[in-house]
Design a protein around this ligand. Structure first.
Ligand code: ATP
Ligand code: MG
Length: 277
């Protein structure tokens, strides 16, 4: 399982976000790098864990440029203007990062098929290629029977899967999924896991960041995990979220393999950390 680490792909420095003057998250620092393995293409799969209200969704809004930070910055790779020898970074802006939020809103007046067609409108694919791509995803994500239905005629899981595919179609290398597993049945959970793997395996720069309340699932799927919690400073618990733990599963020899005793141990460690933050 040897790998080499290349240039930075996501750099978050001293980030804080406040709503109406109240600090929600603070002192957030994250560095993620492009990882290369010999024979397989490997993107980055990053999980964010933390108890309810600690600021995961708020962090995601800052990472996608939907919310302006009170301090600090979020830099991503400027993929369009970078070459192998000359890598440029840019401040994240709205639209750079695909985002499926917790509520996964869809167009009310578009069927699944129409919504996916719309998501591909800026793509350079031919009409035939677009058609094939839409059909392939509808098939693979189990939406065949409902492809011509409107959002109010879909189940929560069907809406959610459509929202994820929309973002895969319309965004570049970066994708954030806020609780993509909530409200899914066991089969759908496997589908979404597989697709997160698939996005990662498509390109070494592809970066998927997701949040979940399922620690085991995070440990089995991610190669980097951040725990957001309330820090305890000088014996007193503060009431803003920050990174209270970071686990690099690659360095821990836990990435890219089946769930084993090592994973289970990490689950217990993270559970303890979450309960104390
Ligand atoms: N627009 C807003 N205005 C004011 N406060 C907000 C706003 N959005 C979120 N908050 C507050 O920020 C804190 C963090 O909320 P956030 O949604 O980021 O938590 P979370 O970790 O995603 O929780 P959950 O696991 O329940 O989704 C909460 O106390 C919430 O009330
Ligand atoms: Mg949330």
């Amino acid at each position: 399982m040897s790998y080499i680490v290349k240039d930075t792909i996501l750099y978050v420095e001293n980030l804080s976000v406040a709503y109406d003057g109240k600090v929600i998250i603070k002192d957030i620092n994250i560095t993620e790098k492009d990882v290369h393995r010999e024979t397989v293409t490997t993107g980055q799969v990053i999980a964010v864990l933390g108890r309810s209200g600690r600021g995961k969704s708020t962090l995601f809004k800052a990472l996608t440029g939907l919310v302006k930070p009170a301090t600090g910055q979020v830099l991503i790779r400027d993929i369009k203007n970078s070459t192998e020898m000359d890598i440029k970074a840019k401040q994240v802006e709205e639209g750079d990062v695909g985002f499926v939020d917790q509520k996964y809103t869809l167009f009310r007046h578009k069927t699944i098929y129409q919504a996916l067609k719309f998501a591909l409108r800026k793509s350079s694919l031919s009409e035939k290629e677009k058609e094939d791509k839409i059909n392939k995803y509808i098939q693979e994500w189990g939406l065949e029977k409902v492809r011509n239905q409107y959002p109010n005629e879909l189940s929560g899981g069907q809406r959610q899967r459509t929202a994820i595919i929309e973002q895969i179609f319309s965004s570049g290398s970066y994708m954030i999924l806020d609780e993509p597993f909530s409200g899914l049945d066991v089969g759908n959970v496997e589908d979404v896991k597989r697709s997160i793997h698939k996005i990662g395996a498509d390109h070494t720069l592809n970066t998927v960041i997701f949040s979940t309340h399922d620690i085991e699932l995070a440990v089995s799927l991610a190669d980097s995990i951040y725990v957001i919690g309330y820090p305890t400073i000088n014996g007193k618990m503060e009431h803003y979220g920050t990174v209270v733990g970071h686990f690099d599963l690659k360095a821990m020899q836990l990435a890219w393999k089946d769930f084993d005793a090592g994973h289970l141990q990490l689950v217990e460690q993270i559970k303890k950390l979450m309960l104390s933050s």
